[in-house]
Design a protein around this ligand. Structure first.
Ligand code: B12
Length: 227
């Protein structure tokens, strides 16, 4: 028997997804996502709705309604949702941009769900991505830049500690001068970022949206090719 009551409108289903993910109702969420996909729902809309639910989870954690286990559970459900939507996302996003992006979550931070989405999207749009993982030390970013300079450097981070790491990483990277090349543009991403953080850490661009990040990377590569 279906767990859904009667025939729900799409908008109602979307609100249901947000509410049930925020409530950490794994069974309901996974069934609903499958149903939305079967009905041809855009995978990117599903991801956006899940992101909104994750913000609610964060607020409940801040309000002490959830403990750390709530964050862990939410992360696990999102991971399962991503496994379901990723194949469709890969089919849908197909581009021909070329360019290399060095990506990583900065030191002290282990959040990687958003970075994973960015990586998939970048690859779909034709970028070559080198993902250094999470909790990446500033020196590690520099080593990779020295060995194989990318066109863009993307730093991910969500916790306050990450802002200091981003600043340190960017400070180190800025000192690196590659003969005959302008400084490599640096973009930071993560749901808690804003313009103030961007200025504090000294990045060139910031975003809280994977697709906007891709557009920025495309512009950077296009501009470099025109020079
Ligand atoms: C799930 C989660 C976790 C999971 C993460 C699982 C995982 N594998 O990633 C776990 C349980 C590990 C976790 C741990 C912690 N967490 Co946490 N967590 C969250 C939560 C609820 C959701 C994050 C998420 O995945 N969102 C969904 C993704 C898709 O969104 P996103 O990351 O923003 O990514 C999108 C964009 O930002 C962008 N993007 C992301 N990166 C990049 C990079 C580039 C280059 C580009 C272009 C774009 C881009 O693209 C993505 C798609 O659009 C947030 C709440 C929130 N508001 O974000 C808290 C939150 C981030 N966590 C928080 C905290 C406090 C912690 C802990 C310190 C808790 C603790 N006491 O231990 C630890 C920190 C551990 C550490 N050292 O990193 C706080 C941070 C507050 C702060 N300012 O410091 C938040 C905001 C919750 C809150 N409101 O209090 N957490």
């Amino acid at each position: 028997m279906s767990i859904f009551k009667g025939e729900m409108a799409t908008e109602e289903r979307r609100q249901g997804l947000i509410a049930h993910l925020a409530d950490l109702d794994e069974t309901y969420v996974l069934k609903l996502v499958q149903r939305l996909l079967d009905e041809g729902q855009d995978p990117l809309t599903i991801i956006k709705d899940c992101e909104q639910a994750m913000r609610l989870v964060g607020e409940r954690y801040e309000g002490r309604e959830y403990y750390l286990s709530g964050l862990i559970m939410a992360g696990e459900i999102f991971r399962e949702v991503m496994a379901m939507v990723q194949p469709l996302m890969e089919q849908q996003l197909a581009g021909s941009s070329s360019g290399r992006v060095l990506l990583g979550t900065v030191q002290g931070d282990i959040h990687n769900i958003g970075k994973g989405i960015v990586e998939v999207a970048l690859r779909c749009y034709g970028f070559t991505v080198e993902d250094l993982g999470v909790d990446v030390a500033p020196r590690c970013f520099l080593d990779h830049v020295e060995n194989n300079p990318p066109d863009v450097i993307g730093l991910s981070g969500l916790i306050t500690v990450a802002y200091e790491s981003m600043k340190e990483t960017i400070g180190l990277l800025r000192k690196k001068i590659i003969p005959g090349r302008p400084p490599i543009p640096i973009i930071i991403g993560g749901g808690t970022l804003n313009e103030t953080v961007c200025r504090f850490v000294g990045a060139d661009f910031w975003t809280t949206d994977a697709l906007e990040g891709i557009r920025i990377c495309q512009q950077i590569v296009k501009k470099a090719a025109e020079r």
